[in-house]
Design a protein around this ligand. Structure first.
Ligand code: KE4
Length: 433
C-alpha cells in the first residue's frame, strides 16, 4: 500500500528544511516517518493513510478541550465572518485580558502576542528595561522559545555564561545569560551571591515540560522567590506549557498552595490561551508592565497581536475550562493514564516511573523521577525509541522525543486510556531486554 505519509514527507523535504516547520515534528530523535495529519476530532487524529491515533500531543498543549470542540469551532466560525485581522484594538482583546487577570492573580496587566517565543523574548527585554540590569538566569533543560538570548546551554562545569545552543547566536548575545542546574539550591545561591545586583530576572519553567516532566522542588522554588526578592531581580514563570494546563491558575497556583503567599513577578503564557490558534501573552504587575511601549521605553509590537480570530478561539477555550469540575475530571483521566502505565510496566518487567499535574504528564524509563536535565538524559534513548514506535504502530501518538511532556484533553475517555494501556503492554513486551 502506498504510504502517503512517506510521499508527503518526500515532497515536504524538497521544499521545507527537514520537511517540517518546527524541528521536533521531523521524528529525528526517534527515526521513522512523521505522520501527516489529515484531520482531528476529540482525542484523535487521522494521518494521510487514514490511520487513527489517540493524540497525547494535542498541538504540544493547546488542545486541552480536544480537537474540534463545538463551542470553539462556532466561536471561530463567527469571528471569521466578522473579519480576519484589523491591526486595531477589539473588545475581545479586552475580554481576554480581563479573563487572564482574573484567573492569574499575580498579573495586573497583560500584553497579547502571537507565540510563546515572542512572549518569552519580550519578557526578558521588559525585565531588563524595568530593572536597568543585563543578566538573566535560566536553567538547563528549560526551553523558553528560540529568542537568541535564551538559546544557551550549560557549559562545562556548573554555572556558566554564554554558551549558545544554536549556530548564528554570537557569544556576545548570550554573554549575560547564566545557565544553572534545575533544582540546585547551592548553585542558585552562589549565582546570586556573585551576580545578584546585576540580575534582571530569573526565568523558569515551574514544571519543566521541556525535560519531559520535572517539578521544581518546593525548597528550590522558595529560594528562587527569596533570592529574587532579596536582590531586586524579577521572578519570571514561563507558563507557556503549564498555564491553564496543570490548573486553572497555572503552576503558580500549585506553588501558592505549597508556599504561603507565593507568586512570581512576571508570567509568560501561550498554548491553551489560544486554543490552537497563534496567541500567547506575558503579564506582570502594573509597575513593570508600564515600562512597555507606548507608555514606556521598552519597545514591543506585533502585526497580528490580539488577532480577532485567535482571541475568539482563546476566549471560547477559557469559557470551557472555567466550568466547575473541568480540572478534577481532566486530572483524574491523566492520573489513570500514568498510574496505568506504571502498573502495566511493572507487570511486564519494565522500569518506568511517571508523574502528572492536571492535564500534563510525563514518564521516564528510569527507576525514579529525575530532578534535573542530566538525570533525564541517563534514559536509554534506543529503548525509548522502541517504545515510541511500539505505541505509534498501535495507534498511540506520544511525543517523538524523550524530553517532551504529554498532554491529555477533556475529550480523552476511559476507553482511550484502556486502549492506550493495551498498546503499551504490547510495546513493553517488545522492548529489548
Ligand atoms: P512557541 O514559540 O513554540 O509558541 O513557544 C515557545 C515555548 C516557550 N516556553 C515553553 C515552556 C514552551 O514549551 C515553548 C514551546 N514548546 C514546544 C514543545 N516543547 C513547542 C513545540 C515545538 O517547538 O514545535
Amino acid at each position: 500500500m502506498t504510504d502517503r505519509n512517506q510521499q508527503l514527507f518526500d515532497r515536504a523535504r524538497a521544499l521545507i528544511p527537514g520537511g517540517v516547520n518546527s524541528p521536533v515534528r521531523a521524528f529525528r530523535a526517534v527515526g521513522g516517518t512523521p505522520r501527516f495529519v489529515q484531520r482531528a476530532q476529540g482525542a484523535h487524529f487521522w494521518d494521510a493513510n487514514g490511520q487513527r491515533y489517540i493524540d497525547y500531543i494535542g498541538s504540544w498543549g493547546p488542545m486541552i478541550l480536544g480537537h474540534g470542540h463545538p463551542a470553539v469551532v462556532e466561536a471561530v466560525q463567527q469571528a471569521v465572518l466578522e473579519g480576519l485581522s484589523y491591526g486595531a484594538p477589539t473588545e475581545r482583546e479586552v475580554e481576554l485580558a480581563e479573563a487572564i487577570v482574573e484567573l492569574v492573580p499575580s498579573i495586573e496587566m497583560v500584553r497579547l502576542v502571537s507565540s510563546g517565543t515572542e512572549a518569552g523574548m519580550s519578557t526578558i527585554r521588559l525585565a531588563r528595561g524595568a530593572t536597568g540590569r543585563k543578566k538573566i538566569i535560566k536553567f538547563e533543560g528549560c526551553y523558553h522559545g528560540h529568542a537568541d538570548a535564551l538559546l544557551v546551554k550549560a557549559g562545562s562545569g556548573l554555572a556558566t555564561f554564554g554558551n549558545p545552543t544554536s549556530a548564528g547566536v554570537p557569544p556576545e548575545v548570550v554573554q549575560h545569560t547564566l545557565v544553572l542546574e534545575y533544582n540546585n539550591v547551592a548553585q542558585l545561591e552562589a549565582a546570586f551571591a556573585e551576580h545578584g545586583a546585576d540580575i534582571a530576572c530569573l526565568i523558569i519553567e515551574p514544571i519543566a515540560g521541556n525535560m519531559n516532566f520535572v517539578r521544581a522542588s518546593v525548597p528550590f522554588m522558595k529560594r528562587c522567590r527569596e533570592l529574587c526578592t532579596q536582590h531586586g531581580a524579577l521572578l519570571a514563570f514561563d507558563e507557556v506549557m503549564t498555564g491553564f494546563r496543570v490548573a486553572l491558575g497555572g503552576a503558580q497556583s500549585v506553588y501558592a498552595r505549597l508556599i504561603p503567599g507565593f507568586e512570581p513577578d512576571m508570567t509568560v503564557m501561550g498554548k491553551v490561551i489560544g486554543g490552537g490558534m497563534p496567541l500567547a501573552a506575558f503579564g506582570a504587575k502594573r509597575a513593570v508592565m508600564e515600562h512597555l511601549a507606548p507608555l514606556g521605553p521598552v519597545y514591543q509590537a506585533g502585526t497580528l497581536s490580539g488577532n480577532p480570530v485567535a482571541t475568539a478561539c482563546g476566549l471560547a477555550t477559557l469559557r470551557e475550562i472555567r466550568k466547575p469540575g473541568f480540572y478534577e475530571a481532566l486530572s483524574a483521566t491523566t492520573r489513570s493514564l500514568v498510574e496505568g502505565l506504571s502498573r502495566v510496566a511493572a507487570e511486564e518487567g519494565v522500569t518506568l516511573c511517571g508523574d502528572s499535574e492536571g492535564g500534563m504528564f510525563g514518564f521516564f524509563l528510569l527507576d525514579e523521577l529525575p530532578q534535573n536535565y542530566a538525570r533525564v538524559l541517563t534514559t536509554d534513548g534506543a529503548r525509548f525509541n522502541s517504545l515510541f514506535h511500539g505505541l505509534l504502530e498501535r495507534g498511540v501518538y506520544i511525543a517523538p522525543a524523550l524530553y517532551e511532556a504529554g498532554f491529555v484533553s477533556a475529550a480523552h475517555t476511559a476507553q482511550d486510556v484502556e486502549d492506550t494501556l493495551a498498546a503499551a503492554r504490547e510495546a513493553f513486551r517488545r522492548l529489548p531486554r
